[in-house]
Design a protein around this ligand. Structure first.
Ligand SMILES: [Zn+2]
Length: 253
């Protein structure tokens, strides 16, 4: 029997992937897997726990202790209040070094311990890959990882990335059909009690519901001016960047 391992952050996309896996394989054959990499928005892990408990889905939380520093792991860095489209092209400030490569590898190792075949559901979508913001969400990346994982697990573990050519609004529409409890999912990068409504991922979430013409059940923080941006001339300004550390800095040649 094929088992489905869902890379489940607790966000809107991966929770829809979880519900798709549940429909295609049955709850008893699905395991939700989150990875705790000291992300500042650890609330996403709590929300994933809640969703799985409520719907009787098996759950595992793996750990990566030494994820390189990035805006998403350094609470002293500021997250821009702009949309992804307003960010300069190239490396996104919210990029975590090779994150999805690391996460998929962790899940693949776990999935390979199952006696029979396994499939990893991965919720990357077309907008993640736009303008090369997240190279580890692209078709090329997923194809290469899928091949490496399949070969490296004695042909036991496959990847299914069902949203690669789908927009986030398309995921909202599909998730609505699958009765995903969107109100329990968590997107915001800032790690506060409520969704800020202004960071790139909150804007993308809002926009997806708007385009899909489906009511957004998210409780955005009313204390925050939802119209604010810190964009000047197309580039985020006033940001505190996380310190970038070259691994060779400490080596005394
Ligand atoms: Zn936010």
């Amino acid at each position: 029997m094929t088992k489905a391992f869902v890379l489940h952050s607790g966000g809107l996309d991966s929770t829809t992937a979880l519900f798709l896996a549940r429909k295609e394989h049955g709850s008893e054959n699905v395991l939700s897997v989150s990875v705790d990499y000291n992300q500042r928005h650890r609330k996403e892990i709590d929300q994933a726990n809640k969703i799985c408990e409520l719907f009787g889905i098996g759950r595992a939380v793996l750990k990566i202790e030494d994820m390189p520093i990035s805006m998403l792991t350094d609470a002293s860095a500021s997250v821009p209040n702009v949309s992804y489209a307003d960010l300069p092209e190239g490396v996104s400030p919210t990029y975590v070094p090779f994150r999805n490569g690391q996460l998929l590898s962790k899940v693949a190792a776990l999935a390979s311990m199952h006696d029979g075949p396994s499939v990893i559901y991965f919720g990357a979508h077309a907008e993640d890959a736009e303008r090369d913001a997240y190279p580890d969400c692209t078709l090329h990346f997923v194809g290469a990882m899928a091949a490496a994982i399949y070969i490296g697990t004695y042909h036991k573990v496959r990847i299914n990335a069902p949203f690669l050519s789908m927009s986030k609004a398309g995921i909202v529409t599909l998730g609505t059909d699958l009765e995903v409890p969107f109100e329990l999912t968590w997107s915001c990068y800032k790690g506060q009690d409520l969704h800020c409504g202004t960071c790139p991922t909150c804007r993308s979430r809002k926009n997806a519901f708007l385009i899909a013409d489906i009511k957004d059940p998210t409780d955005y923080d009313s204390e925050i001016d939802q119209s604010i941006t810190n964009t000047a001339f197309g580039k985020p300004s006033g940001l505190v960047e996380p310190p970038r550390k070259d691994p060779f800095d400490d080596i005394p040649f």
